[in-house]
Design a protein around this ligand. Structure first.
Ligand code: ATP
Length: 459
């Protein structure tokens, strides 16, 4: 079983009046390569500085190997940092730069000799030991900075955009070297970047951040293939994100066309966001798919052609192909079911229901809600309730009741999943509840939105 090395508990950080990290919780395992990925200003560096001990949280605890380290000085933490500006000493040669920390620790001379040369070997610079720093290229200087950090054998290495100052080709080469080094040294790496390609190629785990909060944590594959929100899908790669509906289990619809997909458990006609990667659209003959369009523009990107297609509804879709197609050509588009990602729209419960007497709507025998609708009894309707409008209270006081099956922490509140007979309802609340608890549920009648919608299944 992997051991937790860093445990961040309820970390908040304020600069003056501004809170830049909000109730941040994260566990990092021993030997893990974790990347914090997010746009500029989302709080990555601030978090790293607090783990390193260069700054302290306004609230919350940082544990290292089970020990609270909030008040431990940076040089007493078994942690080292590699910064974007590598801050090497220009007047010392390569060897002395790497040896610097060991000398301060009064390590015996022979040991220093061995440790420094071992570290230089790790970064492929053993032949450069007596070179002056300013005679090295940017990439070589970065390697010296790495050697200087690993020579002290830290348990955890913090890397703050260490490759940002380098050119693209060098960045790509160094990515693999860093990953190899992490594996062979068995050190935990926390790596900060806003470069999604870097995050996806190197990490075991990617933490996507925005505005001081975690949006999603997962393996690179999970994050890329199953983004949970529009933000993540947009941020992590170029994606087509279109509005759609789940017609029934395993069938979704977007751009007016139904497609088989691998998703289940949505309400009938539930509105969703659909994500399709450019490389997952297949261009076919225009008679072979109901989704058609015209090639509007294209660029050759070295490995693929990026083709922009305006579809029959005027929506632009981006496709990557290895084959070139002429401009203006009319084409069909298909996509394999497993390449369609369906994302739940945040914050809405959607059901099908039937109007009853006096403005009541019946979703099921266990869920009958009062509404302000004047629709006729027997009318089939779609019922929508925002999760924030689902209130939990004593069973005696409520409209109906259910059992809490799951609780997910969101930014400032919890999403509480409740089973009501055969249905599920989600309540967003800041109150703490427990899985397994029986709860009463009520929704104000003006918050129950009913509408009549055509049946899309038989189109
Ligand atoms: P980048 O990718 O641009 O480095 P980041 O995600 O690392 O960004 P941080 O440097 O952690 O972001 O900054 C988060 C927020 O905190 C920003 O709005 C920044 O302006 C603010 N901030 C950081 N340090 C301070 C400080 N010492 N005083 C006031 N505000 C600060």
């Amino acid at each position: 079983m992997a051991k937790v090395l860093i445990d961040l508990k309820n970390i908040c950080k304020n600069f003056g009046e501004t809170e830049v990290l909000h109730d941040f919780n994260l566990q990092i395992m021993e030997n893990e390569f974790v990347t914090l990925l997010g746009p500029s200003g989302c709080g990555k560096t601030t978090l790293l500085r607090m783990i390193g001990g260069f700054d302290s949280p306004s609230y919350g605890e940082i544990y290292f190997d089970g020990k609270l380290i909030n008040d431990v000085e940076p040089n007493e933490r078994p942690i080292n940092t590699v910064f974007q500006r590598y801050a090497l000493f220009p007047h010392l040669n390569v060897f002395d730069n790497v040896a610097f920390g060991l000398k301060i620790k009064k390590t015996p001379k022979e040991e220093i000799q061995k440790l420094v040369m071992d570290a230089l070997k790790q970064v492929h610079l053993e032949e450069y030991y007596d070179r002056k720093i300013d005679s090295l290229s940017g990439g070589q200087q970065q390697r010296v900075a790495m050697a200087r950090a690993i020579v002290l054998k830290p348990k955890l290495l913090l890397l703050d955009e260490p490759l940002a100052a380098l050119d693209r080709k060098l960045r790509q080469d160094l990515r693999y070297e860093l990953k190899d080094m992490q594996r062979s040294l068995g050190i935990t790496f926390i790596y900060v970047t806003h470069d999604q390609e870097e995050a996806l190629t190197m990490s075991d785990t990617v933490v996507i951040m925005n505005e001081g909060r975690i949006l999603q944590i997962g393996s690179p594959e999970m994050i890329y293939n199953e983004p949970e929100t529009r933000f993540v899908a947009n941020f992590i790669g170029e994606s087509n994100i279109v509005e759609g509906k789940m017609i029934k289990d395993n069938v979704c619809m977007f751009e007016g066309v139904q497609f088989p997909c691998t998703y289940k458990g949505f309400s009938k006609n539930e509105e969703v966001d659909i994500v399709i990667r450019p490389e997952d659209f297949l261009i076919v003959n225009k008679n072979e798919s109901k989704l058609t369009g015209k090639i509007d523009s294209k660029t050759f990107q070295g490995a693929v052609h990026e083709i922009n297609i305006i579809d029959q509804n005027g929506v632009e879709l981006t496709v990557h192909t290895t084959k070139d197609y002429p401009l203006e050509m009319e084409v069909g588009l298909t996509v394999d079911p497993e390449n369609i990602t369906v994302m739940k729209k945040p914050g809405v419960n959607t059901y099908s229901g039937v109007m009853q007497e006096d403005g009541y709507v019946k979703v099921s025998d266990d869920m009958i809600l009062e509404t302000e609708s004047e629709l006729e009894e027997g009318t089939e309707v779609v019922v929508r309730i925002l999760t924030q409008d689902v209130l939990l209270d004593d069973i005696d006081e409520s409209d109906f009741e259910g059992t809490i099956t799951d609780i997910k922490k969101r930014d400032l509140y919890y999403d509480v999943y409740i089973k009501v007979g055969e249905n599920k309802i989600v309540s967003s609340t800041s109150k703490v509840h427990k899985v397994g608890e029986e709860t009463g549920i009520w929704v104000k009648k003006e918050k129950v939105i009913v509408s009549v919608e055509e049946d899309l299944e038989n189109e």
